[in-house]
Ligand binder design. Structure first.
Ligand code: PMP
Length: 284
């Protein structure tokens, strides 16, 4: 069965689903996106993902392609037509098709694409048993990383550099030597005295939906979370390091830049949070 995509009003097999070459998403990366997990046929944290998409569009003065209710219908129809149970839903909105000019077009219909692909959460849980290696990279992104924009070139380059160095994720570091986030994840540490720390949302990072979910879980376990920047040196010396994202849950980072974090195996806090997050997805 071929995969079905929604593209600007039509449901089409992926090989026929195409956008115009003058779409501003293609020419300027003038677009925003979301990735939503589907577990047991249910969209995980759908409302927060819609809230974030609407916020991203508003911050970029981009028109919504349809209202939230209609968008949910499209999401569910894409899921239904692809007959998925465990999958990732990809959603992209662009400023639409217009003659190439940097300024906003006077009138352009937003471009809107939804795809989904099967995803094995068992692989994520298995990966968490050993943990992952990460590699630090300078954060060369812009000042509005709170917007989930498709302009991802710095993230792409950082991730590739990490992969080339044998890592699974890049840990981005700002000009002050402080960790910002990962190339597509939020980064957390557990200090030697047991405090959970992650950078503040006020400090130019993406407000991760998984960050919020894991935070709620942690607080339910009476583990308060400190929102503050921490340095790369603090990360090296942390008891535990982990990352959060839709595709990774709460994933232990056992090595950073070739240095073992803690004893080099997944720590109890990250392991507990990952188990609870998987459970949350199971029950959603
Ligand atoms: N930071 C960045 C830069 C990301 O691209 C992502 C993934 N979209 C995240 C953090 C994690 O966000 P979420 O938990 O919503 O997947």
């Amino acid at each position: 069965m071929s995969r079905i995509a929604y593209v600007n009003g039509a449901y089409l097999p992926l090989q026929y689903a195409a956008v115009h070459i003058e779409d501003r998403g293609y020419q300027f990366a003038d677009g925003v996106y979301e990735v939503v997990a589907i577990r047991h046929g249910r969209l995980i944290d759908l409302e927060p993902h819609l809230d974030r998409l609407w916020r991203s569009m508003a911050e970029l003065h981009m028109a919504a392609p349809m209202d939230r209710g209609a968008m949910k219908v499209v999401y569910r129809e894409v899921m239904r037509r692809n007959r998925v149970k465990d999958a990732l839903l990809y959603v992209q909105v662009t400023r639409g098709v217009a003659k190439r000019d940097h300024g906003f077009p006077a009138a352009a219909l937003p471009g809107f694409v939804v795809t989904c692909r099967r995803f094995d959460f068992g692989t994520v849980a298995a990966r968490a048993k050993t943990g992952i290696k990460a590699v630090s990279q300078p954060d060369i992104r812009w000042g509005r990383c709170d917007i989930k924009s498709t302009s991802l070139l710095p993230n792409v380059l950082a991730k590739q550099a990490a992969k080339d160095a044998g890592g699974f994720e890049a840990v981005l570091v700002d000009a002050d030597g402080k960790v910002t986030e990962g190339s597509s994840t939020n980064i957390w540490m557990v200090t030697k005295d047991g405090r959970l720390v992650t950078r503040s949302l006020e400090d130019n990072i993406l407000p991760g939906i998984t960050r919020a979910a894991v935070r709620e879980i942690a607080e339910g376990f009476q583990m308060p979370v400190e929102d503050r920047a921490f340095s790369l040196d603090e990360a090296y010396g942390a008891a535990e390091l982990f990352l959060t994202s839709t595709t990774s849950g709460a994933m232990p980072v056992v090595m950073l830049d070739g240095k073992k974090i803690g004893d080099g195996t997944p720590g109890p806090v990250a392991t507990r949070l990952m188990a609870a997050y998987m459970d949350f997805m199971d029950r959603a």
